[in-house]
Design a protein around this ligand. Structure first.
Ligand code: PRP
Length: 177
């Protein structure tokens, strides 16, 4: 028997409408440049990046980056490790980091610092979701889809132990169930 679907927090149509708005805003802001590099943070950002990138009306190229959190007790909590760097040269380019969710902020904060060392012309950030009350480090989100509470969310790229990533909406689960 299949399990019931998680209750809806943000519907497919609400996501679609917000992604279109974000794409318009980003396209306007960069309309005088020579295009941007979108850097998707694997794995969670892959669906958001796919939809957002197709809605943009400015020249864009796509890169991916992968990180992993240190779970080692020897290492201070919040430390982030680079698993896969960008392949293309981003020196002198306008970069937009695309995240599915900003939680404590450690991942995005690390990525901004790391990507700065590649010498881009600028770095901005775009996240579909932000859990403000979980923030441990301050990090600026230039383009934000939705602020959410401290809930465990799945779908539209986000998972719970690799489950529910491909739900078409953002749902809420109780990880203790
Ligand atoms: C999630 C999300 C961000 C990060 C945010 O990734 O995609 O990259 O956590 O958390 P933070 O603000 O506390 O650093 P996750 O580790 O779940 O990996 P995944 O994207 O591969 O599922």
């Amino acid at each position: 028997m299949s399990e019931p679907s998680p209750p809806v927090l943000i519907s497919e149509s609400a996501i679609d409408a917000r992604v279109r708005e974000l794409a318009r805003e980003i396209s306007d802001d960069y309309s005088n440049g020579d295009g941007i590099v979108l850097i998707g943070v694997l794995k969670g950002a892959f669906i958001f990046l796919a939809d957002l990138s197709r809605r943009l009306t400015i020249p864009r190229t796509i890169e991916f980056i992968a990180v992993s959190s240190y779970e080692d007790s020897d290492v201070s909590s919040g430390a982030v490790r680079l698993v896969m760097d960008v392949r293309g040269n981003i020196e002198g380019r306008d970069v937009l980091i695309v995240e599915d969710i900003v939680d404590t902020g450690h991942t995005l904060s690390y990525l901004i610092g790391m990507l700065e060392s590649h010498g881009p012309a600028s770095i901005r950030t775009c996240a579909l979701l932000h859990k403000a009350e979980r923030a441990e480090v301050e990090v600026n989100i230039d383009y934000l889809g939705f602020g959410i509470g401290d809930e465990w969310v799945v779908g539209y790229g986000l998972d719970f132990v690799e489950k529910d990533r491909t739900l078409p909406y953002i749902g809420v689960i109780d990880p203790n169930d």
